[in-house]
Design a protein. Sequence first.
Length: 553
Amino acid sequence: MSEMNFDYVIVGAGSAGCVLADRLSADGRNRVLVLEYGGSDRSIYIQMPSALSIPMNMPKYNWFYHTEPEPHLGGRRMHTPRGKVLGGSSSINGLVYVRGNPQDYERWAEQGAAGWRYADVLPYFKRAETRAEGGDAYRGDRGPLGTRYGTMENPLHAAWLAAAEQAGYARTGDINGAQQEGFGRMDMTVANGRRCSAAVAYLRPAMRRPNLQVITHALVTRVLFEGRRAVGVEFRRGDRLEVARAAREVILSGGPINSPQLLKLSGVGPAAELREHGIAVVHELPGVGENLQDHLEFYFQVACREPVSLYPSIKPFGKFKVGLRWLLFKDGLGATNHFESCGFIRSRPGVPYADIQYHFLPLAVAYDGSTLAKEHGFQAHVGPMRSKSRGWVRLASADPMQKPKILFNYLSHPDDMVEMRACVRLTREIFAQPAFDRFRGREIQPGAEVVADEQIDEFVRNKVESAYHPSCSCKMGAAQDHMAVVDPETRVYGVERLRVVDSSIMPSVTTGNLNAPTIMLAEKAADHILGRGLLPASDAPFHAPTNWREAQR
């Protein structure tokens, strides 16, 4: 068995691992190794923003996890895509850039993540970003990650925003700035017409350094311990088992499915589960793999009476024209994810801040490309943001090649269905506004006849989909929280020289898509790992609704 030596070994080249690879190797002093089971991200399907559904459906780039039968969804096994490629899920996601609500991070601190309030994390969001529209007190203009707005050329986006205002909702100038709540433009991780994944932004520039090595097609099988000190990892490359030793630390950045699986395979986790699979217990941590969270959403679809939707562009000749223009000029419909407008609202009075998210799309189609549009239409992806349901990731066996068992336990808490009913009724109200009069045809889905609670519940159970935001399965928390897996500096409790840095360490899921918060997590974690001073806290204020106790909007 061959052996190699580094200062830091990073497991996973996803949204977090790429950031760490760059930041930990930047000064040239540390020898850094990144191990990634997937391969290159050079494919045109990954780099072209509007082709986003294609790599998600390719086993070459996606782990293709599926849940156990979900008991509250009629036994459906839900697809849980995770990136298996340089850039991880940032190479196969929808390119949406949403930081979350500032109050999410106040909540993190209340849940035991000391030092992760909004004032603490905003400087790291800024450090990561170069916004095409320029920086300000909230947005960055010198970071590796390129973000930008879409062109909003399709008239259905303007109708969506106007209808929301007619329904009594606020317009916000920047959902990633002082005020998330309201309706406005949606940022995307696109730079120079191409997907700006974590691999493009962070990893590829860093790979020019002689002190950074990246090994692809390497499956890490376990963390190696001497006593309770992590000293390296064992990994499989082809038919060979190899060892990479870490003089300083091992950092797991495999994501919310792989990281808890690898901890358990390495003897860190719930003791009874480990013993059940014949794994020697290095340290009992009952929270490993628990607290799993996600966002559910459904597509509220309406037929369009005027031929202004994106429907022609998904036909063969339309695709050819879009693709050719993108290849030649890196612009046009191929250079956007088409989620160019959005909204964040509260589901009912008594909710302190926005708990429903909208992505608006000027096309009626399944997000993952599994069904094609049959006519002109438009849709809102809508779903609750702070589900009270909790799931888990557990071992199926001690074989690292066998996928773990996943159960989100979707809709197991009664409040979740209350919020889903609000999603149907509030969205229907927005689409009924005068701004859509010229465009509005029949309601394709859920259907105008779906009005009673029981009808909505049945529709949701049959049609709801994951928004692909699994998280929180190795949560960060205080030492006295027996379910916490890592401390506020991302160190795994009970062992030495081992950290987890990815979306699994979120104490609770944020309000929106997870790529931006995951990159922020890694930016801040890098400073903790290197032992340098943290960026000064921000004094930028943020909006908090004052009428939340008595009003929904």
